[in-house]
Design a protein around this ligand. Sequence first.
Ligand code: MF3
Ligand code: CO
Length: 257
Amino acid sequence: MIPIKNKEGIAGMREACRVAATVLAKMRALAAPGISTYDLDQEAKKIIEGYGARSACYNYRTSRGQRPYPAYTCISVNEEVVHGIGSIKRILRPGDIVSLDVVVEFNGWIGDNATTVRIAPVDSSVDRLLQVTEAALYHGIEHAKVGNRIGDISHAIQTYVEGHGFSVVRDMVGHGVGRSMHEEPQIPNFGRKGTGEKIRPGMTLAIEPMVNMGTHRIETLADGWTIVTADGKPSAHFEHTVLTTETGPEILTIPPA
Ligand code: MF3
Ligand code: CO
């Protein structure tokens, strides 16, 4: 069953997502040549705590056997797809791209969003990868309409990405989000129109295309978390938490004006 949020849940999600978006915007502004990904993560921790929120990533694990996630945000550079762990040894350099993923809990509700930042100047093909991934996110969001099905979102993302010569990661998916980080439904970035569960009002969905320049295949590093492309080529990631309403999808992870 896909959780449907009532008025109170929607209000809680709005606030959590606003905090998540504000933290991501501030973190993005700190991503510049010379900073280590460890320092970037530490700054994000301070910003999150400054809002009275908590990182939902820290200590997170999907299974009992898994090593708890040791950082506060996910910072993934170049061929790292998602779930990169900040390191004092990884210094951002011109030409890098860095995916920042911020998931916060605020008053018991969770907001999830991600973006990929260019450390200028980047190669034009890499720039294109980011443009296409971000546009794919918005295409997916457009299809998160009441009466559609989850597969309509998946299909929109996949056809857009593959139409531009890139590939979608298959082994990681978007998801419902609410009281916990991962709720039903799963939202793959590939799939067929008219399949999957029906979209109803009051769903909060984290839509998150992960797009690779080369092969869609991925590997996990020995740290147990960091996902990298199997061919070492770059990967990009953009994510919003979206509320489905009778009048269309509403992006919740937008900072206040
Ligand atoms: N947005 C990522 C996801 O939905 C955040 C993961 S946090 C981590 O999977 F702790 F699992 F890394
Ligand atoms: Co997510």
